[in-house]
Design a protein around this ligand. Structure first.
Ligand SMILES: [Fe+2]
Ligand SMILES: [Fe+2]
Length: 185
């Protein structure tokens, strides 16, 4: 595993809950990139650095971020639903809201991707679309701020304490196979 000096060492598949938290840091980072480019260039011609940053961040949200959502919705949340424990039961309403927020974020990301692709393709974006792009990104930033705080501060610590070793291992291997099958495509 590569070690980045000055950065926290990233978790691996033996610590799936830690990995989910690491994914949040990437979501925040790439969303900040999108907001910066949209604010700085605002639909005008981009310099090479902005062009490449926009392309990379859009790709991240198109290809990698949906795997994080699947990790939560298909691997983590169903296992939490099966746990008979007061702390976990208390989280269930929260988890339903998180799933609704995933759908809402997906719709916004689809629109962000279309507008971003248009900008990359045409070199400029009409001002109405540039404003729409920035509005969507600021809404996404607000949504994620709340969403990620709930997961990092409430769901993940409860999950880390309540999940059995077997569940943890199964979640890790499902997360690994989601990434492996994507590489094989
Ligand atoms: Fe989530
Ligand atoms: Fe998450």
């Amino acid at each position: 595993m590569p070690i980045v000096i000055g950065a926290k060492r990233e978790s691996d598949f033996t610590d799936p809950i830690g990995m989910l938290g690491d994914c949040h840091r990437r979501i925040e980072r790439f969303l900040n990139v999108l907001v910066s480019v949209a604010e700085q260039a605002h639909g005008e011609a981009m310099n090479a650095e902005q062009h490449s940053a926009l392309e990379t961040a859009l790709r991240y949200f198109r290809e990698a971020a949906p795997k994080h959502t699947a990790d939560e919705e298909e691997s983590l949340f169903p296992r939490l639903r099966r746990i008979e424990n007061a702390g976990v039961r208390a989280l269930m309403a929260r988890i339903e809201s998180l799933e609704e927020e995933h759908m809402c974020a997906d719709r916004s990301h689809d629109e962000v991707d279309s507008l971003g692709q248009l900008w990359l393709r045409d070199g400029t974006l009409p001002s109405e679309q540039a404003s729409r792009l920035l509005t969507l990104l600021l809404q996404l930033r607000a949504l994620y701020r709340h969403h990620i705080a709930t997961e990092d501060n409430e769901v993940f610590p409860t999950a880390a304490a309540a999940l059995s070793a077997a569940d943890r291992q199964a979640i890790g291997s499902e997360m690994a196979s989601r990434r492996l099958s994507a590489r094989e495509k």
